[in-house]
Design a protein around this ligand. Structure first.
Ligand code: GDP
Ligand code: MG
Length: 388
């Protein structure tokens, strides 16, 4: 499963985001180090379900909206110099290992300092936090590489390709591949045999951005003025994790109708709401209008579809009725890397189906497609396999 990690300093709203996105019960409190262990949960990407476009109801989606699971890890707060063991130090960086991408949560209201302690709103520059996380990770990777490099360089006897292979073995625990290393070498022009500490940092920084791409979430935007937000890069997602959590709780309690990622909600039990609840919801509605949603769903979707370049593919066994053997309509939705082909899909369904792969059929056109055809987002595919 694709895994996203929530990283950032203490008190920026990671656990609030995690709880909202997973509806899991984790501690949320206004002091540093609330989350001591990484919390693993399941969040969802939101996509339009193909059943509506095809003119039927599949029974697997909510009003034509499909939610597909991705792993989410709530990494406990990182403070500057964590790579030197400050705060809870390397333990947190270790939690980032298996992540495919990182959602960096930033307190954009500027009401917490670099270590997450409450300060006057607007008195801390959020861009400082954006820079520090990348730096911490680069320094951490650089430390690991520096420890192994002299020995590996001797073993490689001047051959760069051998050194890259050895380094990939040493970094396998961080899910960094030889290909990632090669890309970082090419991007920085660093000679790994002669690299000094500076060059190694530069190289590590490139390696981290290739291997752990980041989406920046400007959280607590509800407490930030337009003037504070305006200068910040447009690709950074304006968000209110607390708003999303309140909406999901209200929806779970049956008070409102709201699907994660909606840009508005409908009140369905107005009579049951206290004046406070009404007021709270109305304030959240202002933020929904201001940012066209709470930013939580947008961040998960952005990480999966833009940053990681995934597509959604629907495998079926019967291309006429879009069903599986149990007559379930559009039973599965798989996230696959862009560039995947029908054979990759067959292996994803089952190793035996992959091994017995014969050909594939596009269920929309009922036409056979080549095993080398690149799958498109939203494709519905029947795999014909010798294995059944
Ligand atoms: N105003 C506002 N407060 C938030 C938001 N998200 C989280 N908070 C508050 O910030 C504090 C720290 O949140 P928490 O999720 O525990 O932060 P963590 O240490 O990064 O996990 C809590 O008091 C939250 O209620 C938000 O979007 N807006
Ligand atoms: Mg926390």
């Amino acid at each position: 499963m694709i895994t996203l990690a929530l990283a950032g300093k203490p008190n920026c709203g990671k656990s609030t985001f995690f709880k909202a996105a997973t509806l899991a019960d984790v501690e949320i409190a206004n002091y540093p180090f609330t989350t001591i262990d990484a919390n693993h949960g399941v969040a969802y990407v939101r996509v339009p379900c193909p059943c509506r476009e095809l003119g039927f109801e599949c029974g697997q989606c909510t009003d034509g909206v499909r939610f597909i699971g991705v792993g989410l890890v709530d990494v406990a707060g990182l403070v500057p110099d964590a790579h030197l063991g400050k705060g809870l130090g390397n333990q947190f960086l270790d939690h980032l290992r298996s992540a495919d991408a990182i959602i960096q949560v930033v307190d954009v209201s500027g009401s917490t300092d670099a270590e997450g302690n409450p300060v006057d709103p607007g008195s801390h520059d959020p861009m400082e936090d954006v820079r520090f996380l990348r730096h911490e990770m680069a320094m951490w990777v650089s430390g690991i590489i520096g420890k192994h490099l002299p020995r590996l360089a001797r073993a490689a006897q001047g051959k760069e390709s051998a050194l890259i292979e050895h380094l990939a073995d040493a970094l396998a625990g961080l899910s960094i591949s030889a290909e990632d290393i090669r890309t970082a070498v090419d991007a920085t022009d660093v000679d790994l045999f002669k690299a000094d500490a500076d060059a190694l940092c530069r190289f590590s920084d490139a390696l981290v951005s290739i291997n752990k791409p980041m989406v920046v979430l400007l959280n607590k935007a509800d407490m930030a003025t337009d003037e504070m937000l305006k200068p910040l890069p447009a690709e950074m997602i304006r968000a209110t994790a607390a708003g999303e959590l309140a909406l999901r709780n209200a929806a779970a309690a049956g008070l409102i109708r709201y699907l994660p990622g909606d840009s508005d909600f409908a009140e369905i039990e107005s009579a049951r709401m206290t004046p406070q609840q009404k007021k709270g919801l109305s304030l959240i509605r202002d933020q929904l209008k201001r940012f066209n949603g709470t930013g939580v769903q947008q961040a998960v979707n952005h990480a999966v579809f833009s940053t990681l370049e995934m597509i959604v593919v629907y495998p079926v066994e019967d291309e006429t009725h879009f069903t599986d053997a149990k007559d379930r309509v559009l039973p599965d939705a798989f996230l696959m890397k862009k560039g995947s082909n029908p054979r990759d899909l067959a292996f994803r369904v089952h190793t035996d189906i992959g091994k017995g792969f014969l050909h594939a059929i596009d269920a929309r056109t009922k036409m056979r497609i080549k095993d080398t055809t690149e799958l498109k987002d939203g494709d519905i595919i029947r795999i014909v396999s010798a294995a059944k």
